[in-house]
Design a protein around this ligand. Structure first.
Ligand code: SF4
Length: 82
């Protein structure tokens, strides 16, 4: 696979406009009780950015885009890092 970006989040990478739009749409649709607080969300993404399992904004442990996975208050990291 070309253009692998280790430890990149979506907004670190060019392109992926469809997924970026999906992320923004999901953020707007989630109620405040469903969504992780902003500080928790940022902390989760910081942990993902320091994780060897993050490639092209995708977690190799679960196959999710971490910026979308980390949005939900109830979601957990598959490697128990958050
Ligand atoms: S294993 Fe956890 S910390 Fe690592 S990329 Fe996946 S969700 Fe993020």
């Amino acid at each position: 696979m070309d253009n692998l970006c280790k430890r990149c989040l979506l907004f670190d990478m060019a392109g992926h406009d469809d997924v970026k739009a999906q992320l923004e749409k999901t953020k707007k649709l989630m109620g405040p009780e469903e969504k992780a607080p902003d500080d928790v969300y940022e902390k989760r993404l910081s942990q993902c950015k320091n994780c060897d399992s993050l490639i092209n904004a995708t977690c190799l442990k679960c196959g999710c885009y971490v910026e979308i996975r980390a949005l939900s208050a109830a979601t957990k990291c598959p490697a128990k890092k958050w």
